[in-house]
Design a binder for this molecule. Structure first.
Ligand SMILES: [Zn+2]
Length: 182
């Protein structure tokens, strides 16, 4: 999900029309957002709007977020945020974390519960970092047998089938008792 901020470019008026739902035409042919929200496009009538999420707290720089890994692509992981500074959030905001420049083959896998530190917004995307002692995987399971795992140097080991796997482990690994995933 892409988050847009006030002033962010949404589209050109040739492509879509502003229908005033938190958007405006900036008189230079660009439709921009008036609020923090998510961009919704109606391809049928070529209009777009911004669904405001300003009533919820968006993570700011240096906030620690906890969420679930929803996608792992070549050099980044995408996380659906569930907690911001240990406060539950109900909106489905996603952030992106670059895994470029790390020696590990696997930083996290889909469905891992992970903590990340927010870096900021760029092009409507929330960027976060895993390069912090608090950041990293908080909870995971063995990908072979779904068994419980323990941490070992640079990763995890399944206590059921002894499968070992790479992970960037948070120093808070295992402290997930308070987490209720939606
Ligand atoms: Zn296993």
């Amino acid at each position: 999900m892409n988050v847009v901020c006030p002033g962010d470019k949404l589209s050109c008026i040739e492509e879509y029309e502003s229908n005033d739902n938190n958007t405006f035409d900036d008189n230079n042919g660009i439709i921009r957002s008036t609020t923090i929200g998510t961009k919704c496009i109606n391809k049928k009538d070529h209009t777009l709007k911004v669904k405001s999420i300003s009533n919820i707290s968006l993570p700011k720089m240096d906030d620690v977020v906890i969420g679930v890994v929803v996608s792992v692509v070549s050099s980044m992981i995408i996380v659906s945020i569930e907690y911001v500074n240990n406060n539950k959030v109900n909106s489905k905001i996603e952030c992106v974390c670059s895994t470029r420049g790390t020696h590990k083959k696997t930083m996290a896998l889909v469905d891992d519960v992970i903590a990340l530190k927010i870096l900021g917004y760029k092009n409507g995307t929330i960027h976060a970092s895993i390069n912090d002692p608090d950041a990293g995987v908080l909870f995971t399971r063995c990908k072979k047998c779904s068994g419980d795992v323990i941490t070992i140097k640079d990763g995890i080991k399944c206590i059921n089938c002894t499968w070992m796997d790479d992970r960037k482990i948070s120093r808070n690994f295992g402290n997930t008792g308070f987490i209720k995933l939606s």
